[in-house]
Design a protein around this ligand. Structure first.
Ligand SMILES: [Zn+2]
Ligand SMILES: [Zn+2]
Length: 223
């Protein structure tokens, strides 16, 4: 197993939603993945070139337009696979173009069919670094979290934010499922896991268990 500190990450907020696309790479091998490339594909291609990495895959946490809208064009550009999310989000990947049109954006986004869906218990690998796949419905039915235990680093999409949680009022969203996903499936990884949310600043599971107004231990009566 490579040293966890070999993993490098650069967060690139894209689209009018300022969605956190992450360029994640191994310093040793220069292999890289994009997590949730929501759009602004030329900017993402330039970021990969400037960093001097070889993009080997695209990973998606869920099917929303701001997370997956750039995946197809980026996969074509680099000749790589799109991996994830869970197949229960395909209905969202099928409507990316029409969903962006509702926000007045008619170019720069494509619908998406992943090369491979993810399910609970799968693992992903980048340059020998192993990532757990955790199926976490609630925000969308096919949402997954991607967690590297050695580096204590998680990609949680729109499940959890610094000081907030994802919306569950979209079609097929479910508030109880979302809370159960966060507390039952993310928290067991430990308070010292740092996470990149889909929007906003990074935080840690421990910090949110202390201070998050929706899912702190105190708010949920688990203290
Ligand atoms: Zn979302
Ligand atoms: Zn989002």
């Amino acid at each position: 197993m490579p040293n966890p500190s070999d993993l490098q990450a650069s967060i690139i907020p894209v689209t009018p939603f300022q969605q956190n696309t992450t360029l994640l790479w191994s310093q040793a091998t220069k292999e890289a993945v994009f997590v949730d490339p929501g759009g602004e594909v030329p900017r993402l291609v330039a970021a990969a070139q400037q960093t001097g990495v070889k993009v080997v895959a695209i990973w998606l946490t869920h099917g929303h337009l701001d997370h997956a809208g750039g995946a197809t064009a980026l996969a074509r550009t680099f000749g790589v696979d799109i991996i994830g999310p869970h197949e229960d989000d395909q209905w969202l990947l099928d409507t990316i173009v029409e969903d962006w049109a509702k926000y007045g954006q008619t170019t720069g986004f494509e619908n998406c069919v992943p090369t491979r869906y993810l399910k609970d218990g799968d693992t992903l690998e980048l340059a020998g670094h192993v990532f757990d796949v955790v199926h976490c419905p609630g925000h969308t039915p096919g949402h997954v979290a991607i967690i590297n235990q050695a580096a204590k680093l998680a990609f949680v999409g729109d499940l959890l934010f610094k000081g907030s949680i994802g919306r569950s009022d979209f079609p097929k969203g479910n508030f109880e499922d979302l809370i159960a996903s966060i507390t039952g499936k993310l928290w067991p990884y430990g308070n010292d896991i740092h996470f990149v949310p889909g929007h906003g600043e990074i935080s840690s599971f421990g910090q949110e268990r202390k201070t998050n107004p929706y899912v702190s231990d105190r708010v949920l009566g688990r203290e």
